[in-house]
Write a protein that binds this ligand. Structure first.
Ligand code: GUN
Length: 283
């Protein structure tokens, strides 16, 4: 079964749109999301466009700010501080990666905790790992929602996560653990990855290598979640970390690329933005 992320994201965005309309009635304004892109990396440009489109679709105010890649770290941090102080801004997202001369950690720490719609701020990360209320990072949150909506049980299952990034691998592992899966975190240097991966009832792949996962790494009947967004070296088309055609008949459920995790990530960003806004307005 193909897990249709586009469809599930549409449902979630419709819920956000409905709640946004109600918020407009109640508070006289809608959530305002500011997305900052530094430089002109084509992949980042396309992600940022998608975020702006989704924000408008759910009825938010959306601002995209483009900065030259010559901007200094201090200038960027000062700009973020201005947005922090601006009461009309509810969510701030700085698209990663950033040019090498800018320290990503400093940028992430500078975004006000209550406007951190990405869930990357150390305050949100600590809260996640300590099981306190937090803004969940969008991709891991989207993955858990995809599993739930597809009716995949998590509790008691063996989950293998390939990848250990701060954005996806680590937080999704923790969220699966909190749902009582037994979690193995694997990576490019894991010995006998084929053997480890093929123990998974739920296999999450976020390693960033085109068609890295072959059919022999997938257990019959497993659920496969492909977080990869790569360019196929052969034809230049978008492809995932999983060889979809080779794995689709072995997996009981599998996400395609495009149309799987990506749309859910953006839908969760909209939900996070609404939650930050409501938290502020309900104070
Ligand atoms: N780059 C890749 N994924 C993400 C994300 O979820 N948020 C931001 N800000 N940058 C990213």
């Amino acid at each position: 079964m193909k897990i249709n992320g586009t469809e599930l994201a549409r449902d979630l965005k419709n819920e956000v749109k409905q709640k946004t309309a109600e918020a407009r009635e109640k508070y006289g304004r809608v959530p305002h999301l500011v997305v900052i892109l530094v430089g002109n990396d084509p992949a980042s440009q396309s992600y940022v466009k998608g975020k702006g489109r989704d924000a408008e679709e759910v009825g938010f105010k959306s601002t995209t700010i483009l900065k030259e890649d010559t901007i200094s770290e201090d200038e960027l941090l000062d700009f973020i501080k201005e947005l922090n102080a601006d009461d009309s801004v509810d969510g701030i997202l700085v698209q990663l990666p950033l040019p090498k001369h800018i320290d990503e950690n400093k940028v992430i720490e500078t975004i006000a905790l209550e406007k951190d719609v990405d869930g990357f701020h150390p305050g949100n990360v600590a809260a996640l790992w300590q099981k306190r209320p937090c803004t969940y990072p969008c991709t891991p949150k989207g993955i858990i929602k995809l599993l739930d909506k597809a009716g995949v049980e998590i509790e008691g299952k063996n989950a293998v996560v390939i990848g250990r990034s701060n954005i996806v691998g680590l937080p999704v592992s923790k969220m699966l653990l909190d749902r009582n899966a037994t979690v193995t975190i694997a990576h490019s240097r894991t010995k006998d990855l084929q053997k480890v991966a093929s123990t998974a009832d739920i296999l999450v792949v976020a390693i960033g290598r085109p068609r890295f996962v072959s059919a022999d790494m997938v257990k019959e009947g497993a659920t496969v979640i492909d977080v990869g967004v790569n360019r196929d070296p052969e034809n230049g088309k978008l492809c995932g970390d999983v060889d979809y055609e080779a794995c689709k008949d072995k997996a009981a459920a599998i996400t395609p690329v495009p149309g799987g995790v990506g749309p859910m990530t953006r839908a969760c960003l909209m939900e996070n933005t609404l939650e930050c806004f409501l938290k502020k307005m309900e104070k």
